[in-house]
Design a protein around this ligand. Structure first.
Ligand code: TYD
Length: 134
């Protein structure tokens, strides 16, 4: 993957008994999966994220409801709306991300290429701008 975000199509199988979406490491998810977590019950006026990761890549999947994701690179910004269960947003390392406008029922599944390490999080935007321009 290059160092830009990308919307990824997941493998969806619809059936009479219901539907299933599959996201396999090194297949639909473009890395070895080391960690998953999910974010839910976030009020509409709350922003989460607001950090960059020096080493971790992510795929975010809004498995229920909707959420917006603002991405900031060194010189560009993008906004994605995640509101379908069969697409994921790939986020490379060293981009600033903000998740906001969560619907009441939103469940945001986050898949990461690394175990949790607070040291690799950059939580000050100025510091991110400094490091990303090095
Ligand atoms: P944080 O990274 O600030 O969440 P978000 O990016 O969604 O706003 O994490 C919130 C809290 O959860 C913080 O105390 C750290 C903890 N946490 C872990 O312990 N392990 C993890 O894998 C994650 C993502 C968070």
């Amino acid at each position: 993957m290059d160092n830009k975000c990308q919307v990824i199509e997941l493998h969806k199988v619809k059936g009479e008994k219901g539907n299933i979406v599959i996201a396999e490491g090194n297949l639909e998810i473009p890395f070895d999966i080391k960690r998953i977590f999910y974010i839910y019950e976030v009020s509409r006026d709350t922003m989460r994220g607001a950090h960059a990761n020096r080493n971790s890549e992510f795929v975010l999947i809004c498995v229920k409801g909707s959420v917006k994701v603002k991405i900031k690179y060194a010189k560009e910004e993008e906004i994605y709306t995640l509101d379908v269960e069969d697409k994921g947003l790939y986020i490379p390392k060293m981009v600033w991300k903000e998740m906001y406008d969560f619907s009441e029922d939103a469940i945001l599944l986050c898949i990461s290429s690394k175990e949790y390490d607070p040291q690799e999080y950059i939580r000050e935007y100025d510091k991110f701008l400094q490091e990303v321009s090095l």
